[in-house]
Design a protein around this ligand. Sequence first.
Ligand SMILES: CC(C)(COP(=O)(O)OP(=O)(O)OC[C@H]1O[C@@H](n2cnc3c(N)ncnc32)[C@H](O)[C@@H]1OP(=O)(O)O)[C@@H](O)C(=O)NCCC(=O)NCCS
Length: 163
Amino acid sequence: MVTLRALALDDAPALTRIYSGTSIRHTTGKPLTLDQAHHKIRAALVRAAETPRAQWSWGILQEDDLIGLISLRRRTPVMGTISYILREDSWGNGYATQAAQQVVSVAFTTAGLNRLEAMHHPDNPASGRVLIKAGFARVGTADRDTGVGTVPYELYALETADA
Ligand SMILES: CC(C)(COP(=O)(O)OP(=O)(O)OC[C@H]1O[C@@H](n2cnc3c(N)ncnc32)[C@H](O)[C@@H]1OP(=O)(O)O)[C@@H](O)C(=O)NCCC(=O)NCCS
C-alpha cells in the first residue's frame, strides 16, 4: 500500500528521478533538472499555504521510497482535476491506482469537491486504466496543444453521488 505525504525540499533529487525516461514521454516531454525540482517543490509549498486552497501535491511513498507525485487542483469551487506521475521502475504494481483512490477520497471530503476530471495522452492507455480503476468514466476527448500540434486527449470524469 502506498502512502501520500507533503513534499519537502530535500525530495528534489528523487523528483528528478521520477521525471525522467519513459515517465515523461507523454507528459512534460523533458527531464526535470535539480533546480527545476527545487522550484516545483517550493511552488507546491506556497500553494499549500493558500486560502482557499486550490492545489494539493503529494509525494507517493512505497515504504520509504518516493516513487511518484500526485496532484489535485481546484478548477472551480466544486470541480477539480488530478494528475500523477510515477518513476518508471515502480510501474505495474497498482501504486498509481492506490494513490489516485486516496486523492479521490480527499477531493470529495477535505476539499469539498463534487466532480473530478482527468485526461491522458491517447498513446498512454495505462493512465486510462488507472482512472477507470479509481472509479472514473471516459467522457470524451479534449484537444490539447502539445507544442507540435493539437492532440485529442482522453477525458475522464467522476462525480459524487450528490453532485
Ligand atoms: C500511468 C502511470 C501513472 C501508471 O502507474 P502504475 O503504478 O503502473 O499504474 P497501476 O499499476 O496502478 O495500473 C496500471 C494499469 O495500466 C495497465 N497498462 C499498463 N500498460 C498498458 C498498456 N500499454 N495498455 C493498456 N493498459 C496498460 C496495467 O495493466 C494496469 O491495469 P490492470 O491493473 O487493469 O492490469 C505511469 O505509467 C506513469 O507515471 N506514466 C507517466 C506519467 C503519466 O502518463 N501520467 C498520467 C497523466 S495524468
